[in-house]
Design a binder for this molecule. Sequence first.
Ligand code: AMP
Ligand code: MG
Length: 404
Amino acid sequence: VGTTPTKIPVLDWEEARGAVLKAVQDARPVPRIEEVELPAAHGRVLAQDLKADRDYPTLARSLRDGFAVHASDLPGTLAVMGELRAGEGLAARLPPGHALEIMTGAPIPDGADAVVMVEHVERDGAKVTIAQQASAGQFINPQGAEAAAGNTLIPAGTRLDASHIAALAMAGHWHVKVFRKPSIAILSTGDELVGVQEAPEPHQIRNSNSYALAALVEAAGGTAVIQPIARDTHSELKSALERGLEHDLLLISGGVSAGKYDLVKPCLRDLGAHFAFERVRIQPGQPTAFGRAGSKFVFGLPGNPGSSMVTFQLFARPALELLGGESQPVLPILQAAFEEPFKHKPGLTRFLPARFTANGLLKHVAWQGSSDIPALARANAFLIADHDRETWNAGDTIRVMLKP
Ligand code: AMP
Ligand code: MG
């Protein structure tokens, strides 16, 4: 009944992310399975282990253009037995003292145990002279070395990237079982908001978060369902929140700070929600709230565009990924070196817009704060300025989260 907790949990961002992962992992329903055709499988989450249908490679194959030989014959002069191209069937057994001309990818004849690159061979009609020694196995990709028949190539719960598409194609899978995409409700709140196609008064702003969050949701593999803007009143918010909780996950933008009209949390509590955290030691995004209402998870993301973008990526995205059947959401964090000195105010861990330059170094993108969409649009990454360090020199490294 809208009671205020006596102690609001405040977490570091890693702890908060860990709390999200644990809560959703422990309670998520098993997603439904559907079948898509291979070309539509990119970005989907595999719902069953993909097994190798045969050995890869199926036969020992040459890794180079050259000659298949007995390594023990070298150095020496060998009789050329003929030529074998990729796509041709297996040649007869190679007798000692002989070499078979062979192209990359062609099967190694029985008896041969090495390939000598064509560059190291002197040819004279039906004979080749090889001055070098060869070690057994050189330039041969042995049968089953990449995967043996029955091996798991991709475990269930993997989000399929281009290499996974290659693996599915390689193993002959046209029909692919994937998890249904989770349905993610997006609810922007605020009396100051107008629709994108409306003419805002000077004191009004257009609702950009609903569309930015929808783009983030779709990029993360969810189906975004944008709800109408909710005004900052109990009655309007409560019915909007109830509708949002019909989806697999509810993302709310705005209304979670400490202001008088920040009514999202009290309204959610009225609907039976409990929060795992309501504050994270980061900027932007400090007032981020994560909780559960009934069987559904819900995020209250602060309304400033930079805040909602960063907190989506840190906290809501892994929840979405788990609800979509992914077994192990990861946040890729890179290390980058600064092109110029950089300074921030310690105390909170800051996720600040930054840009990788053409030479691979990182530059801070100046901004007016988390409302500054034009600065976000100039960035291609967020640097992660730790709460306990103030200055970085040019060349010093810092952690970076790529902009999704
Ligand atoms: P709030 O978290 O509700 O206090 O909102 C903080 C600020 O974020 C507001 O003053 C708005 O300027 C901005 N904001 C809130 N919601 C949106 C939205 N849907 N789209 C763009 N900006 C927003
Ligand atoms: Mg607001």
